[in-house]
Design a protein around this ligand. Structure first.
Ligand code: TEU
Ligand code: CA
Length: 536
């Protein structure tokens, strides 16, 4: 049934609940707030929403530290509010994908409370515990992502426990069959509630090497200054072969709910082979979320190389591309604000599914924050070397009121509203037919209505056959062919592209009108393309 394949080529809109819409005036976004703004999301023409975590949590990592996998944090509302949200989303034709942070829990989770009590309790091995070295040091050299060692000593058990992130995010021990079963049961709980799929947080972090082998050092060239985890290869703390069998169990569960889907966040040092393995043969994950374009600055060669590497994995691997999310600098800042539409036009030309991050449709730049404003432990711990993640997490701007319509004027938003965002608010762009928001709506509809764009094959055009700084792909489906070009260079001078030389200039070919782009001059198979524009 092709309806069950809706996720192939779909556009997924990521909502960060804390920062989307505050309905009860406490300055923090919540589920009723999201429900009240779903019409905006539906107006974009996207297929689904992905909700970052809204589960019970002490919020040390803003919800990526779950204390109860089956309940809504009171800050965000109730399970009843979530049911209302799903119903409204479905009414509007939006599927609902929720984040699942299975790899680690919060240290406030009842499982960890029990596990840390002593070495003999029923959940003693649900987390990764290890004795200190004779000198008292941790059992190996593994480092955590947000600074320091991946091991914290627990005085009661007189043992270290593993955490790949904050000390308050202990890693679950997936080698334990009961842990696997407990997490599968949690997934079933949400499937029964009617969710359409999951975004799996750090899906390649579930298993660790039981021998606790030291990680090798990272080659100098690949270290990111200030980020301790980048000083060693993530080899033994993550990504163990046992995960494949677990993902097959996950898939078997999902297959009981036709039309449901999964997208796995796959990071680490060498994610490509992992993506291939995790999405192979329709028995594991549906989609592999890729980090590769998240730090793109919009250069033709860079885009080509990323896609070429990915293409080597073959057609079996279904990517999910994103230019922005809640962890990285907003794409309007990495590409340049005047290139926000160009960036999305390129994104929409790619084979794979797409993730759009809230505010990307408005062209919001990264917020500039003072140290005093920072909330993210990653940014605070590693300041000033690492920029942190608060700059992409400031609240959405719905109108031009003091708090951007995100919360009441009297409330204090949990992160400040960026003043440069207010003139880009939804209400203002709504009224302007030429606004980025309205262009993005047209663009996304174009993609939504095209089987070729959503599911067609893709062939990269070799940079050597194109003028400098021009990026291009050819999409094909049946007897349809679409050539997508983007001039990512700067300056004013147009370049001329000989379509015949690209083997892409059939007589009946024509240039399509693209939202917000000049109609390209196409004469005798010669296309003229200006810097900063795209042509299909
Ligand atoms: O992020 C995983 C991830 O990529 C981080 O290790 C990354 O290094 C960090 O965000 C700095 O850029 C996921 C979530 O997206 C993130 O928000 C969580 O903090 C993290 O997992 C832990 O659950
Ligand atoms: Ca609220």
């Amino acid at each position: 049934d092709s309806r069950h394949d809706w996720w192939r080529g779909a556009t997924i809109y990521q909502i960060y609940p804390r920062s989307f819409m505050d309905a009860n005036g406490d300055g923090i976004g919540d589920l009723p707030g999201i429900t009240s703004r779903l019409e905006h999301v539906a107006s974009l023409g996207v297929d689904a929403i992905w909700l970052s975590p809204f589960f019970t949590s002490p919020m040390d990592d803003f919800g990526y530290d779950v204390a109860d996998y089956r309940d809504v944090d009171p800050m965000f509302g109730t399970l009843g509010d979530f049911r209302t949200l799903i119903d409204r989303a479905h009414e509007l034709g939006l599927r609902v994908i929720i984040d699942q942070v299975l790899s680690h829990s919060s240290d406030r989770h009842a499982w960890f409370q029990e596990s840390r009590r002593d070495r003999t309790n029923p959940r003693a091995d649900w987390y990764v515990w290890a004795d200190p070295e004779p000198d008292g040091n941790p059992p190996n050299n593994w480092m955590a992502a947000f600074s320091g060692r991946a091991w914290t000593f627990d005085a009661r058990r007189r043992q270290y426990y593993l955490h790949n992130f904050l000390p308050s995010q202990p890693d679950l021990n997936f080698h334990h069959p009961e842990v696997q079963q407990a997490q599968l049961d949690n997934l079933r709980f949400w499937l029964e509630l009617g969710v359409d799929g999951f975004r799996f947080d750090v899906v390649n972090y579930y298993f660790h090497d039981r021998a606790l082998t030291d990680n090798p050092p990272m080659p100098l060239a690949q270290r990111r200054p200030g980020n301790p985890q980048s000083y060693q290869c993530q080899r033994h703390n993550i990504e163990q072969p046992e995960n494949l069998a677990f993902l097959e169990r996950v898939r078997a569960l999902l297959d009981e709910y036709p039309g449901s889907t999964t997208v796995g966040e796959i990071g680490g040092n060498d994610p490509l082979p992992t993506m291939a393995a995790y999405t192979a043969g329709e028995s594991r994950l549906h989609m592999a979320y890729t980090f590769d374009l998240l730090d793109s600055t919009g250069e033709a060669r860079e885009l080509h190389d990323v896609l070429a590497r990915f293409a080597e994995l073959g057609d079996d691997t279904w990517p999910c591309w994103a230019l922005s999310n809640h962890d990285v600098q907003r794409s309007a800042s990495s590409w340049g604000q005047e290139r926000a539409l160009l960036a999305l036009t390129v994104l929409c030309s790619l084979r794979g599914s797409l993730c759009l991050y809230q505010g990307e449709e408005l062209g919001l730049p990264e917020a500039e924050l003072a140290y005093e404003d920072l909330q993210d432990p990653f940014g605070i711990n590693l300041w000033p070397e690492v920029k942190g993640r608060d700059g992409c997490r400031t609240p959405m701007v719905w109108n031009e009121a003091t708090n951007g319509g995100f919360c009441d004027a009297g409330a204090a938003p949990w992160l400040p509203i960026e003043s440069r965002h207010r003139p880009l608010a939804v209400a203002r762009q709504d009224k302007d037919a030429d606004s980025l928001l309205n262009r993005v709506r047209q663009l996304l509809r174009r993609r939504a209505d095209s089987d070729l764009l959503r599911q067609g094959d893709q062939q990269l055009i070799a940079p050597e056959t194109l003028p400098d700084e021009v990026f291009g792909v050819i999409r094909t489906r049946g007897d349809q062919r679409l050539l997508c070009l983007a001039h990512l260079g700067h300056g004013d001078a147009p370049v001329e592209i000989d379509l015949e030389a690209l083997d892409a200039g059939p007589e009946e070919g024509r240039a399509l009108d693209l939202p917000g782009m000049p109609t390209p001059a196409l004469e005798e198979c010669k296309l003229s393309l200006r810097p900063g524009t795209a042509a299909w």
